[in-house]
Design a binder for this molecule. Structure first.
Ligand code: ZN
Length: 342
């Protein structure tokens, strides 16, 4: 159960400052010390915006998952990282992200980098500020890798990634992380046509060693690459199987779906804390605090306040920073309004 009613939280990513975007395209112009300074500065900026908004829980904004070599696939051995996407031009969409060929045994001898990120966040965030770290689960992480004879399908790849993700989760807890989020949006996107019980088994075996040792959340959205969804945006196919997830909190997007299937929040709340996306990261209409308060009150028809957390629909990395800042402020203000009237 939440430590406070209508807890305000985030999913993880935050828009990069313009200079960081520039820097990551010109990494050759920087030395290791310059890059380390740039990474610290970017996290300081993301922390600042989240703390200024007044959020109960913050992340590092995933500001340092910015370079190909530093992203998760950059930590994996046994893949061809030089793959180009099959479609280079035209409107932005998921098929413009590269898919990597598997060339050997999948391994990550140096981990996935999340511990270093979390330690940086601990160093730069205000003392006593609750912090969250996020990591994609093995099913979602397997999505950019192409099956081969050694790993004949997506589940075979996910099984190979499971111990890698699991080790990283354990290391995060050992580093002092008290709140972990395992992102499995690929599970929510494909729940309508996949074996959901098999997905749950995969998720639960991944988190087994850390379940009960920290607050464990999962983020289940329908895609947001370049601001576009990719799934059939229905929560019903996830229920009831996903309620067996070994997680304390399940996050679902609601704002950009205009609160379709809101009644299903009641089913989730029977078993879990529910984090609800109440601001739309895809829309440049900026929600007012009153909008947010109205949406939260609608959620309270189905979820008790002490089991409800509110957040954006997804990470904010695909939303302009000025808009992200204003949306987070409205989120916190709207939650305060409703909390004050409880
Ligand atoms: Zn998402």
């Amino acid at each position: 159960m939440n430590d406070r009613p209508i807890r305000t939280t985030v999913i993880g990513s935050y828009p990069f400052p313009s200079w960081l975007e520039f820097g990551r395209r010109h990494l050759d112009a920087f030395g290791p010390a310059d890059i380390a300074e740039m990474q610290d500065d970017a996290v300081i900026a993301a922390v600042h915006d989240q703390v200024a908004a007044g959020l109960d829980v913050i992340t590092d904004g995933e500001q340092t998952r910015f370079d190909f070599n530093l992203s998760f696939y950059g930590y994996l051995e046994g893949i061809d990282r030089e793959t180009e996407p099959s479609r280079q031009w035209g409107p932005p969409a998921h098929d413009q992200r590269p898919k990597h060929a598997i060339t050997g045994e999948l391994q990550a001898p140096d981990g996935l980098g999340a511990v270093e990120e979390f330690e940086r966040l601990q160093r730069l965030a205000p003392p006593d500020q609750p912090l969250k770290a996020s990591l994609p689960g093995p099913y979602t992480l397997s999505g950019r890798l192409v099956p081969n004879t050694q790993y004949p399908d997506r589940y075979a790849i996910a099984e190979a990634l499971l111990p890698i993700v699991q080790r990283e989760l354990e290391a995060l807890v050992e580093a002092g992380c008290q709140e972990l989020q395992v992102d499995e949006p690929s599970m929510s996107c494909y729940a309508y046509k996949a074996d959901t019980a098999r997905m749950v088994d995969l998720f639960n075996r991944t988190v087994e060693p850390v379940a009960g040792r920290c607050r464990l959340a999962t983020h289940l959205c329908f895609g947001n690459y370049k601001g576009h969804p990719v799934g059939r945006r229905r929560i019903a196919p996830m229920i009831p199987d996903f309620l067996d997830f070994k997680a304390d909190e399940i996050h679902v997007e609601m704002a950009n779906r205009e609160f379709a299937e809101i009644e299903l929040l009641e089913r989730i709340a029977e078993r879990k804390d529910v984090a609800v996306g109440v601001v739309d990261v895809k829309n440049y209409y900026i929600e007012t605090p009153d909008d947010v308060a109205d949406r939260i009150r609608r959620c309270l028809d189905y979820v008790p306040a002490d089991k409800l957390a509110v957040a954006p629909d997804c990470g904010l990395s695909q939303t302009a920073r000025w808009a992200a800042r204003r949306k987070l402020k409205a989120l916190v203000e709207g939650a305060r309004q409703v909390r004050a009237a409880l």
